[in-house]
Design a protein around this ligand. Sequence first.
Ligand code: AMP
Ligand code: ZN
Length: 479
Amino acid sequence: MPIKFYSTMTRKKEVFRPIKEGQVGMYNCGPTVYDYAHIGNFRSYVFADLLRRYFEWKGFKVKQVMNLTDVDDKIIKKSAKEGIPSSKLTERYEKAFFEDIKSLNITPATLYPRATEHIKEMVSIVQALERKGYAYKGEDGIYYKISKFKGYGKLSGTDLKGLKAGARVRQDEYDKTAASDFALWKFWNREDGNVFWETELGKGRPGWHIECSAMSMKYLGETFDIHTGGVDLIFPHHENEIAQSEAATGKRFVRYWIHNEHLLVDGQKMAKSAGNFFTLRDLLKKGYSPKAIRFLLLSAHYRTKLNFTMDAIKSAEATVKGVENFVAEMQADKGGTAEGQPKAVKRESNPQIQKVIEKARRDFEKALDDDLNTPLALKAIFDMMKEVNRMAPVSEKDAKLVLDAVFDADKVLALELSETGKVWHSPEEAEKEVRELILKRDSLRSEKKWKEADSIRESLKKKGIIVEDTAQGPRWKRL
Ligand code: AMP
Ligand code: ZN
């Protein structure tokens, strides 16, 4: 089945047809590394990861490029305030970003180009725009003349009627309601300190929009398949990227523009500037798990707004636990081979199980094919769990089939469900009664009193505790 996406450009769902059969080139607007990313930002990055994983699940080879914006107004301001070089600041937050994406189990992109390492490419696009008459020199920088680009506004639906002659903006982020000429290259001024490059364009630094045009086209070609970002980037950032790239190359820049909606807090966009944000670290410190955060972000369709509340994250935590318990039960039905793991009980296979699994797989794929409908895809998995639970306990063979199906879906969802059975604890982490039983069993074993030791294992199992012996001593986990 082909995949359909809602295209921001055409405002309708379109069948995805890659430029090269079986391959996808995708650019995701990445972080400005001047602070910790908040979980609103991570909604965008988890979405990009979902796209990547789903394409791979369907057998595509994906080249994914995510930029790191390491030069811009905010970075210059903050590093001046802290009295450190901007590279020190960006290094610190780049490191934090990579730690965070690892926590959220986001597959690293193929490439993470840094803006500061692509100045040459940006300069040559600006030169091409100058040659073609799309760029002009102002007193403080080189600007893009938007009235010259025929298609300006085609992505966002912004019209140029209200355009004031000569109006232009230097700052990277500006009024989202009015179009105006924007800076391609900013001549150095005192506030920039030692953030500048000596280039053919003069001493200065690039504007934000040109960074993404340069890095995307360098690694993905002048026309590539997919470009993503949050909806706030449609205008002016992506509109300006199109204007720069298409005017410079004379070719269509991007085939599919896909934008995710915002994560909200009390009905407002979660944003640094609004002060209503949580970083991933804030939530982990409060004891929430990265899996629950990932699950919460996936639980809403990417084109709907998602309101973040503590109740929502608590409920996501409970749902993930429920799925893990289901996996643990299937693992128990399947039986283990390691010492300490329960043996499978002989049971008849149930032909219904196979049918339930096949339906779930069909529904899962159908939901994701249809513009990545994650809530429906999750429902397919939950429906399967419900049906299987009604037939549980299941045979060893059926348990294996169910687990295979869950782990297969998890290649896309990335909740690390196959790790479920591997959450072992030391005896010290158990409540008193359980701890004493584990330790008693261990000492019985060292006295070679196998029978007594086994009967303790059985009684622990009745409490839902599995014990296993390792070279470091006994360990346990909850079933
Ligand atoms: P920034 O670092 O502000 O350039 O944002 C990086 C990415 O996060 C962009 O794709 C933004 O659209 C996205 N983003 C920012 N805030 C939110 C939010 N509250 N919900 C979803 N995405 C967001
Ligand atoms: Zn960008």
